[in-house]
Design a binder for this molecule. Structure first.
Ligand code: GDP
Ligand code: ZN
Length: 462
């Protein structure tokens, strides 16, 4: 299925760390590392080592016999390893020079540089994990919140695979049953009525829908909610953001897609990464940013999933507010009436009447009043009564979601056909298609090129 050569890569993060690991996997892994390893004291080489043993010694440049680094080699033998192949991990000092040097030597004496994700790909190709589990490895590494990590871990441990397999088993049984009735129409097949087919189809549809329903939460937990705080200058946008930042742990992370002109703060709101596009520009000088007003708000609005529109209760609604209010159309919006600690010149009832399906929250950002209520409202809005944290298995991956949706479509067609009382051979094509779609999630029915593409997105050394 793939060339069984021996691969190697630096498996720890780039940059200087206490220790670094060069990982080597493949049939020659132990032999290869043994060529450049000299153990302390004992003369026994790694080739005689037992599985799961650690060996202290030096990596030496074999020609000049020059010591490169002091290391511990972990020898792990097939099949109980990450890749199911022989694996040697060389724990060395974490600077990039020793790591690079050791990798170079390993490559020189017989290993090939691993492609991104190739270790995990081998774990998949060798049948240790399925594709959705392999994809979870990346999610575990990149998860931003504990909730995200929990979901990824569940997927890594086969939560999603298990549910998808269960649906596929049901499909296969039904298909086998139907095909038997096509091939042997005279034989009376026990208990096999059109009603029963209908029932089984309905059950399968229900199971797919249950998984699909988790994907909204999955997307939110994984990708976060793009949130824009908009409003004219001086209504309290920066103050509001600061108040929210102070009450919640800020997530320190490189957010992909963060451009220079948009500063993005990510806060962890009960496991939901709230990505706040900082139109208030708290890191910039006030006057530089505040000039931009309406135009800037407009730009942020386009990218937002959720809008917090801030008004100044003390000042009341001005013409500029009106223009910003009119920008908000079909997006989830919360109107934040701020500075409620001051005397109010804003008629809340009238405002609510005018924009009837928008929620209004009163705050005093500088006094930290109303922030909790605002946050509760955000969470409520974001999940809109959908699946909550209690469900362990959550569909977070777009690829998985698309496969589920396609399978769902196929099954609805099956249901329709069955409903019309058409003979069995009319539905087998759609059943097979559904089976194939679900198999894409676990990787049973995916072409090699697509599998390659999925692993190409992995980071090096994984
Ligand atoms: P932005 O321009 O919308 O980002 O507004 P800022 O957050 O910079 O606030 C503008 C001014 O209003 C500052 O002097 C804040 O201290 C003040 N301010 C913000 N929120 C409140 C509030 O809830 N009550 C009062 N009294 N003042 C506030
Ligand atoms: Zn400001």
């Amino acid at each position: 299925m793939y060339s069984k050569d021996t691969i190697a890569a630096i498996s720890t993060a780039v940059g200087d760390g206490g220790i670094g690991i060069v990982r080597v996997s493949g049939p020659e892994a132990i032999k290869v590392v043994n060529k450049i390893f000299k153990s302390y004291g004992k003369k026994k080489g790694l080739t005689e080592a037992d599985t799961y043993t650690a060996h202290y010694g030096h990596i030496i440049e074999p020609k000049e016999e020059q010591v490169v680094d002091e290391v511990v080699c972990l020898v792990m033998k097939s099949p109980r390893t990450y890749t199911k192949e022989d694996v040697v991990e060389i724990d060395c000092h974490g600077g990039s020079i020793p790591l690079q040097k050791i990798l170079e030597l390993v490559l020189k004496v017989g290993a090939r540089l691993a492609e991104p994700g190739e270790f995990t790909k081998r774990a998949f190709l060798n049948g240790r994990i399925d594709l959705s589990q392999a994809e979870a490895v990346m999610d575990v590494i990149t998860s931003q919140t504990e909730a995200g990590l929990e979901i990824a871990m569940d997927q890594l441990e086969g939560g999603l695979s298990g549910q998808v397999s269960e649906i596929r088993q049901k499909l296969i049984k039904l298909l086998a049953h139907l095909e038997a009735s096509i091939d042997f129409p005279e034989d009376e097949i026990e208990d096999f009525t059109i009603d029963e087919v209908g029932e089984r189809v309905a059950k399968i549809i229900e199971m797919i829908e249950k998984l699909l329903a988790t994907s909204k939460r999955g997307k939110i937990v994984k990708e976060g909610v793009q949130t824009a705080i908009i409003g004219k200058p001086n209504v309290g946008k920066s103050s509001l953001l600061n108040a929210m930042l102070q009450e919640n742990r800020a997530i320190v992370t490189d957010v992909p897609g963060t451009t220079r002109d948009v500063i993005e703060e990510v806060i962890n709101l009960d496991g939901v990464p709230l990505k706040i596009m900082d139109t208030a520009g708290i890191r910039k000088t006030e006057d530089e940013v505040e000039k931009i007003g309406v135009e800037r708000s407009q730009k942020f609005l386009k990218r937002a999933d959720l809008i917090l529109l801030v008004l100044d209760a003390h000042q009341g609604i001005t013409e500029e507010d009106e223009r910003i209010i009119n920008l908000v159309t079909d997006k989830d919006t919360i109107i934040v009436v701020n500075k409620t600690d001051l005397t109010s010149n804003l008629d809340l009832d009238e405002l609510q009447e005018r924009i009837d399906n928008v929620q209004i929250v009163k705050t005093a950002a500088t006094e930290r009043v109303g922030i909790k209520k605002l946050e509760d409202l955000i969470l409520e809005m974001v999940f809109a009564g959908k699946v909550k944290a209690t469900d362990q298995t959550v569909v977070t991956n777009m690829r998985h979601k698309e496969a589920l949706e396609a399978a769902h479509e196929n099954m609805l067609t099956v249901q329709e056909t069955v409903g019309q009382g058409l003979p069995a051979d009319f539905v087998t094509i759609d059943l097979k298609a559904a089976l194939e779609e679900l198999g894409k999630i676990t990787g049973n029915t995916l072409g090699e090129d697509i599998i390659d593409q999925i692993f190409a997105d992995f980071c090096l050394g994984k």
